[in-house]
Design a protein around this ligand. Structure first.
Ligand code: SAM
Ligand code: SF4
Length: 334
Protein backbone atom coordinates (compact mmCIF):
# COMPACT_ATOMS: atom_id res chain seq x y z
CA UNK A 1 0.00 0.00 0.00
CA UNK A 2 1.65 3.25 -1.06
CA UNK A 3 -0.19 6.38 0.08
CA UNK A 4 1.74 8.48 -2.43
CA UNK A 5 0.62 6.71 -5.58
CA UNK A 6 -2.99 5.74 -5.02
CA UNK A 7 -6.02 7.87 -5.83
CA UNK A 8 -8.21 5.55 -3.79
CA UNK A 9 -8.89 6.36 -0.20
CA UNK A 10 -6.33 4.35 1.73
CA UNK A 11 -7.52 2.40 4.72
CA UNK A 12 -5.51 0.89 7.51
CA UNK A 13 -6.25 -2.81 7.66
CA UNK A 14 -4.26 -4.96 10.05
CA UNK A 15 -3.12 -8.57 9.44
CA UNK A 16 -6.36 -9.83 11.02
CA UNK A 17 -8.54 -7.81 8.63
CA UNK A 18 -9.53 -5.28 11.27
CA UNK A 19 -9.96 -1.73 10.05
CA UNK A 20 -8.08 0.72 12.25
CA UNK A 21 -10.06 3.93 12.62
CA UNK A 22 -9.45 5.06 16.17
CA UNK A 23 -6.36 6.56 17.80
CA UNK A 24 -5.88 7.13 21.50
CA UNK A 25 -3.44 9.96 21.98
CA UNK A 26 -1.66 10.18 25.31
CA UNK A 27 -0.52 13.79 25.75
CA UNK A 28 1.32 13.13 29.02
CA UNK A 29 2.23 10.18 31.22
CA UNK A 30 1.99 12.41 34.32
CA UNK A 31 -1.01 12.51 36.60
CA UNK A 32 -2.16 14.47 39.62
CA UNK A 33 -3.76 11.29 41.01
CA UNK A 34 -2.34 7.90 41.91
CA UNK A 35 -5.11 5.35 41.36
CA UNK A 36 -3.52 2.28 42.89
CA UNK A 37 -4.49 0.03 39.98
CA UNK A 38 -2.90 2.34 37.42
CA UNK A 39 0.35 3.76 38.74
CA UNK A 40 2.53 2.91 41.76
CA UNK A 41 2.27 5.50 44.53
CA UNK A 42 5.85 6.74 44.29
CA UNK A 43 6.21 6.34 40.55
CA UNK A 44 8.72 8.86 39.24
CA UNK A 45 10.00 7.35 36.05
CA UNK A 46 8.20 9.79 33.77
CA UNK A 47 9.19 10.51 30.20
CA UNK A 48 11.77 13.32 29.78
CA UNK A 49 10.16 16.54 28.45
CA UNK A 50 12.57 16.59 25.49
CA UNK A 51 11.06 13.28 24.43
CA UNK A 52 7.48 14.56 24.49
CA UNK A 53 6.08 15.08 21.04
CA UNK A 54 5.43 18.79 20.66
CA UNK A 55 2.13 20.08 19.28
CA UNK A 56 3.48 20.38 15.71
CA UNK A 57 4.68 16.77 15.82
CA UNK A 58 1.39 15.54 17.26
CA UNK A 59 -0.50 17.41 14.59
CA UNK A 60 1.60 15.82 11.85
CA UNK A 61 1.03 12.33 13.19
CA UNK A 62 -2.71 12.80 13.57
CA UNK A 63 -2.96 14.35 10.17
CA UNK A 64 -1.21 11.30 8.67
CA UNK A 65 -3.54 8.96 10.53
CA UNK A 66 -6.57 10.96 9.39
CA UNK A 67 -5.42 10.69 5.77
CA UNK A 68 -5.29 6.94 6.34
CA UNK A 69 -8.92 6.83 7.46
CA UNK A 70 -8.55 7.24 11.22
CA UNK A 71 -11.42 9.60 12.00
CA UNK A 72 -11.79 9.21 15.76
CA UNK A 73 -9.29 10.58 18.24
CA UNK A 74 -9.43 10.27 22.02
CA UNK A 75 -7.11 12.47 24.05
CA UNK A 76 -5.92 10.75 27.20
CA UNK A 77 -2.91 10.32 29.50
CA UNK A 78 -1.85 10.15 32.37
CA UNK A 79 -4.10 13.04 33.12
CA UNK A 80 -4.43 15.03 29.89
CA UNK A 81 -5.39 18.25 31.68
CA UNK A 82 -1.94 18.48 33.26
CA UNK A 83 -0.41 19.06 29.80
CA UNK A 84 0.00 22.83 29.36
CA UNK A 85 -2.16 24.51 26.70
CA UNK A 86 -4.17 21.40 26.01
CA UNK A 87 -6.97 23.59 24.63
CA UNK A 88 -4.73 24.86 21.89
CA UNK A 89 -3.76 21.32 20.91
CA UNK A 90 -7.34 20.14 20.93
CA UNK A 91 -8.35 23.06 18.76
CA UNK A 92 -5.63 22.19 16.23
CA UNK A 93 -6.59 18.53 16.13
CA UNK A 94 -10.24 19.41 15.66
CA UNK A 95 -9.39 21.50 12.57
CA UNK A 96 -7.64 18.62 10.79
CA UNK A 97 -9.45 17.28 7.73
CA UNK A 98 -10.70 13.76 8.38
CA UNK A 99 -11.00 14.09 12.16
CA UNK A 100 -14.69 13.56 12.82
CA UNK A 101 -14.86 12.67 16.47
CA UNK A 102 -12.70 14.14 19.21
CA UNK A 103 -13.14 12.93 22.77
CA UNK A 104 -11.27 13.17 26.06
CA UNK A 105 -10.67 10.86 29.02
CA UNK A 106 -10.00 12.65 32.30
CA UNK A 107 -10.13 12.24 36.04
CA UNK A 108 -12.05 15.57 36.03
CA UNK A 109 -10.20 17.04 39.00
CA UNK A 110 -9.06 20.02 36.90
CA UNK A 111 -12.13 20.14 34.71
CA UNK A 112 -13.98 23.00 36.43
CA UNK A 113 -11.44 25.41 34.99
CA UNK A 114 -11.26 23.87 31.54
CA UNK A 115 -14.65 22.38 30.68
CA UNK A 116 -16.00 25.30 28.68
CA UNK A 117 -12.83 26.03 26.75
CA UNK A 118 -12.39 22.34 25.88
CA UNK A 119 -15.95 22.21 24.64
CA UNK A 120 -15.40 25.36 22.58
CA UNK A 121 -12.15 23.91 21.22
CA UNK A 122 -14.03 20.95 19.78
CA UNK A 123 -14.08 18.11 22.32
CA UNK A 124 -17.49 16.57 21.89
CA UNK A 125 -17.48 13.70 24.35
CA UNK A 126 -16.01 13.15 27.79
CA UNK A 127 -15.17 10.01 29.77
CA UNK A 128 -14.57 10.59 33.46
CA UNK A 129 -13.07 8.07 35.90
CA UNK A 130 -15.07 7.82 39.10
CA UNK A 131 -14.71 4.70 41.22
CA UNK A 132 -16.46 5.90 44.39
CA UNK A 133 -18.80 8.61 45.65
CA UNK A 134 -17.47 8.33 49.18
CA UNK A 135 -14.75 10.88 49.90
CA UNK A 136 -12.61 8.71 52.17
CA UNK A 137 -12.79 5.72 49.88
CA UNK A 138 -12.11 7.89 46.85
CA UNK A 139 -9.00 9.18 48.60
CA UNK A 140 -7.86 5.65 49.36
CA UNK A 141 -8.22 4.59 45.75
CA UNK A 142 -6.81 7.70 44.07
CA UNK A 143 -4.81 9.53 46.74
CA UNK A 144 -6.94 12.63 45.98
CA UNK A 145 -10.05 14.54 47.01
CA UNK A 146 -13.43 13.74 45.55
CA UNK A 147 -15.00 17.20 45.60
CA UNK A 148 -13.00 18.76 42.74
CA UNK A 149 -14.02 15.78 40.59
CA UNK A 150 -17.71 16.27 41.37
CA UNK A 151 -17.31 19.99 40.66
CA UNK A 152 -15.60 19.15 37.39
CA UNK A 153 -18.50 16.90 36.41
CA UNK A 154 -21.00 19.70 37.07
CA UNK A 155 -18.92 22.08 35.00
CA UNK A 156 -18.89 19.53 32.17
CA UNK A 157 -22.66 19.35 32.22
CA UNK A 158 -22.99 23.10 32.21
CA UNK A 159 -20.54 23.39 29.34
CA UNK A 160 -22.84 21.17 27.29
CA UNK A 161 -20.91 17.89 27.09
CA UNK A 162 -23.28 15.10 26.19
CA UNK A 163 -23.00 12.32 26.93
CA UNK A 164 -20.70 12.44 29.92
CA UNK A 165 -19.62 8.86 30.55
CA UNK A 166 -18.56 7.75 34.00
CA UNK A 167 -15.98 4.95 34.05
CA UNK A 168 -16.05 2.90 37.24
CA UNK A 169 -13.45 0.18 37.69
CA UNK A 170 -15.33 -2.58 39.55
CA UNK A 171 -13.23 -3.95 42.41
CA UNK A 172 -14.15 -6.65 44.88
CA UNK A 173 -13.60 -5.53 48.45
CA UNK A 174 -12.97 -1.95 47.32
CA UNK A 175 -16.14 -0.49 45.79
CA UNK A 176 -18.41 -3.47 45.16
CA UNK A 177 -20.98 -2.23 47.68
CA UNK A 178 -21.45 0.97 45.67
CA UNK A 179 -22.63 -0.14 42.26
CA UNK A 180 -26.31 0.57 42.89
CA UNK A 181 -25.47 3.98 44.38
CA UNK A 182 -23.48 4.86 41.30
CA UNK A 183 -26.39 3.83 39.09
CA UNK A 184 -28.70 6.14 41.09
CA UNK A 185 -26.20 8.99 40.85
CA UNK A 186 -25.91 8.60 37.09
CA UNK A 187 -29.70 8.49 36.66
CA UNK A 188 -29.96 11.67 38.69
CA UNK A 189 -27.21 13.46 36.80
CA UNK A 190 -28.10 12.14 33.37
CA UNK A 191 -24.68 10.55 32.87
CA UNK A 192 -23.85 7.27 31.13
CA UNK A 193 -22.21 4.67 33.34
CA UNK A 194 -19.63 2.09 32.31
CA UNK A 195 -18.21 -0.59 34.51
CA UNK A 196 -14.69 -1.82 33.71
CA UNK A 197 -12.97 -5.05 34.69
CA UNK A 198 -9.57 -4.60 36.30
CA UNK A 199 -6.69 -5.40 33.99
CA UNK A 200 -3.34 -6.70 35.19
CA UNK A 201 -1.14 -3.97 33.78
CA UNK A 202 2.23 -2.58 34.68
CA UNK A 203 2.91 -4.75 37.72
CA UNK A 204 1.39 -2.18 40.11
CA UNK A 205 0.80 -4.91 42.61
CA UNK A 206 -2.80 -5.24 41.50
CA UNK A 207 -3.31 -8.67 40.01
CA UNK A 208 -6.51 -9.36 38.15
CA UNK A 209 -7.25 -11.93 40.78
CA UNK A 210 -6.79 -9.57 43.75
CA UNK A 211 -9.93 -7.48 43.26
CA UNK A 212 -11.26 -8.77 39.98
CA UNK A 213 -15.01 -9.10 39.51
CA UNK A 214 -16.53 -10.66 36.43
CA UNK A 215 -18.97 -8.01 35.20
CA UNK A 216 -21.55 -10.70 34.44
CA UNK A 217 -21.96 -10.86 38.23
CA UNK A 218 -22.39 -7.10 38.47
CA UNK A 219 -24.99 -7.11 35.74
CA UNK A 220 -26.92 -9.94 37.40
CA UNK A 221 -26.87 -8.06 40.68
CA UNK A 222 -28.08 -4.81 39.14
CA UNK A 223 -30.86 -6.70 37.36
CA UNK A 224 -32.30 -7.60 40.75
CA UNK A 225 -32.82 -3.95 41.57
CA UNK A 226 -33.26 -2.25 38.17
CA UNK A 227 -35.22 -3.24 35.11
CA UNK A 228 -32.43 -3.67 32.53
CA UNK A 229 -33.32 -3.86 28.87
CA UNK A 230 -30.92 -4.34 25.94
CA UNK A 231 -29.61 -1.03 24.70
CA UNK A 232 -27.14 0.38 22.24
CA UNK A 233 -24.82 3.32 22.37
CA UNK A 234 -23.45 5.03 19.31
CA UNK A 235 -19.65 5.19 19.27
CA UNK A 236 -18.43 1.75 18.35
CA UNK A 237 -16.43 1.10 21.52
CA UNK A 238 -15.98 -2.22 23.29
CA UNK A 239 -18.73 -1.70 25.93
CA UNK A 240 -21.89 -3.79 25.80
CA UNK A 241 -24.87 -1.70 26.87
CA UNK A 242 -28.18 -2.07 28.65
CA UNK A 243 -30.73 0.60 29.46
CA UNK A 244 -32.49 1.09 32.77
CA UNK A 245 -36.20 1.04 31.99
CA UNK A 246 -38.07 4.23 32.82
CA UNK A 247 -34.87 6.32 32.81
CA UNK A 248 -32.39 7.69 30.27
CA UNK A 249 -29.53 5.77 31.82
CA UNK A 250 -27.40 3.48 29.72
CA UNK A 251 -24.99 1.16 31.49
CA UNK A 252 -22.02 -0.28 29.63
CA UNK A 253 -19.90 -3.26 30.61
CA UNK A 254 -16.29 -3.32 29.46
CA UNK A 255 -15.02 -6.86 29.88
CA UNK A 256 -11.41 -7.18 28.71
CA UNK A 257 -10.94 -10.26 30.89
CA UNK A 258 -14.18 -12.24 30.96
CA UNK A 259 -15.16 -11.64 27.35
CA UNK A 260 -12.41 -9.97 25.42
CA UNK A 261 -13.26 -7.94 22.36
CA UNK A 262 -9.95 -8.22 20.47
CA UNK A 263 -11.55 -9.55 17.30
CA UNK A 264 -13.21 -6.17 16.73
CA UNK A 265 -10.31 -4.03 17.95
CA UNK A 266 -10.15 -0.91 15.77
CA UNK A 267 -7.57 1.14 17.64
CA UNK A 268 -3.94 1.91 18.32
CA UNK A 269 -2.30 4.11 20.95
CA UNK A 270 0.28 6.87 20.65
CA UNK A 271 2.24 7.62 23.82
CA UNK A 272 3.62 11.03 24.75
CA UNK A 273 7.10 10.10 23.48
CA UNK A 274 5.81 9.22 20.03
CA UNK A 275 5.72 5.44 20.41
CA UNK A 276 2.85 3.73 18.70
CA UNK A 277 1.57 0.83 20.80
CA UNK A 278 -0.35 -1.67 18.76
CA UNK A 279 -2.13 -3.43 21.64
CA UNK A 280 -2.94 -2.40 25.21
CA UNK A 281 -1.79 -5.74 26.58
CA UNK A 282 1.26 -6.46 24.41
CA UNK A 283 4.62 -4.82 23.81
CA UNK A 284 4.40 -4.59 20.00
CA UNK A 285 5.39 -1.03 19.21
CA UNK A 286 6.77 1.31 16.58
CA UNK A 287 8.72 4.49 17.31
CA UNK A 288 7.65 7.52 15.33
CA UNK A 289 9.62 10.22 17.18
CA UNK A 290 13.02 9.47 15.60
CA UNK A 291 11.44 9.58 12.16
CA UNK A 292 9.70 12.88 12.89
CA UNK A 293 12.91 14.41 14.19
CA UNK A 294 14.89 13.15 11.18
CA UNK A 295 12.51 15.14 8.97
CA UNK A 296 10.52 12.32 7.40
CA UNK A 297 8.13 13.36 4.61
CA UNK A 298 4.36 13.09 4.99
CA UNK A 299 4.22 10.09 2.67
CA UNK A 300 7.11 8.54 4.57
CA UNK A 301 5.19 9.02 7.79
CA UNK A 302 2.09 7.40 6.35
CA UNK A 303 4.17 4.46 5.13
CA UNK A 304 5.69 4.12 8.60
CA UNK A 305 2.19 3.97 10.11
CA UNK A 306 1.17 1.31 7.58
CA UNK A 307 4.31 -0.65 8.52
CA UNK A 308 3.40 -0.35 12.21
CA UNK A 309 -0.16 -1.57 11.68
CA UNK A 310 1.29 -4.67 10.03
CA UNK A 311 2.66 -5.78 13.42
CA UNK A 312 -0.58 -5.33 15.38
CA UNK A 313 -1.00 -8.54 17.37
CA UNK A 314 -4.16 -10.58 17.27
CA UNK A 315 -5.10 -10.22 20.94
CA UNK A 316 -4.00 -9.44 24.45
CA UNK A 317 -3.23 -12.28 26.86
CA UNK A 318 -4.35 -10.75 30.15
CA UNK A 319 -6.14 -13.91 31.09
CA UNK A 320 -3.58 -16.50 29.99
CA UNK A 321 -0.52 -14.57 31.17
CA UNK A 322 -1.65 -12.20 33.95
CA UNK A 323 1.93 -11.84 35.18
CA UNK A 324 3.29 -10.69 31.87
CA UNK A 325 4.67 -7.22 32.59
CA UNK A 326 3.40 -4.58 30.27
CA UNK A 327 3.82 -0.83 30.75
CA UNK A 328 1.82 1.15 33.29
CA UNK A 329 -1.60 2.33 32.20
CA UNK A 330 -0.62 6.00 32.54
CA UNK A 331 1.70 5.55 29.52
CA UNK A 332 -1.03 4.67 27.07
CA UNK A 333 -4.19 5.92 28.68
CA UNK A 334 -6.23 2.75 28.90
N1 SAM B 1 -6.49 10.06 33.78
C1 SAM B 1 -7.58 9.78 32.92
C2 SAM B 1 -8.65 8.98 33.64
O1 SAM B 1 -8.40 8.49 34.74
O2 SAM B 1 -9.73 8.84 33.06
C3 SAM B 1 -7.20 9.11 31.62
C4 SAM B 1 -6.19 7.99 31.68
S1 SAM B 1 -6.68 6.55 32.59
C5 SAM B 1 -5.22 5.55 32.42
C6 SAM B 1 -7.88 5.81 31.51
C7 SAM B 1 -8.75 4.75 32.11
O3 SAM B 1 -7.95 3.62 32.40
C8 SAM B 1 -9.47 5.12 33.38
O4 SAM B 1 -10.87 4.94 33.21
C9 SAM B 1 -8.94 4.14 34.40
O5 SAM B 1 -9.91 3.78 35.34
C10 SAM B 1 -8.53 2.97 33.52
N2 SAM B 1 -7.54 2.10 34.14
C11 SAM B 1 -6.31 2.40 34.61
N3 SAM B 1 -5.69 1.31 35.11
C12 SAM B 1 -6.56 0.26 34.96
C13 SAM B 1 -6.52 -1.12 35.27
N4 SAM B 1 -5.46 -1.68 35.86
N5 SAM B 1 -7.59 -1.89 34.96
C14 SAM B 1 -8.69 -1.33 34.37
N6 SAM B 1 -8.79 -0.03 34.03
C15 SAM B 1 -7.74 0.76 34.33
FE1 SF4 C 1 -4.26 9.12 36.86
FE2 SF4 C 1 -6.22 8.18 35.32
FE3 SF4 C 1 -4.22 6.58 36.15
FE4 SF4 C 1 -5.97 7.45 37.93
S1 SF4 C 1 -6.43 6.12 36.15
S2 SF4 C 1 -3.70 7.46 38.17
S3 SF4 C 1 -6.45 9.43 37.17
S4 SF4 C 1 -4.03 8.28 34.78
Amino acid sequence: MNPGTSDHKVELIDPFQRKIEYLRLSVTDKCNMRCFYCMPEHFKDFEQPEHWLNFDEIERVISAFAELGVSRIRVTGGEPLVRKNLNALVHRINQLPGVEDLSLSTNASLLSRHARSLHDAGVSRLNVSLDSLRPQRFKKITGSDLQPVLDGLMAAKEAGFSPVKINMVAMKGINDDEFEEMVEYCIEQDFTLRFIETMPVGGTGLKATDHYINLAEVKARLAQRFDLIPGVMPGGGPARYVRVKGTNLRIGFITPISQHFCETCNRVRLSVDGTLYLCLGQEHKFELRPLLRQGISNDGLKNAIIEAIAIKPEKHEFRDKPDQIVRFMNMTGG
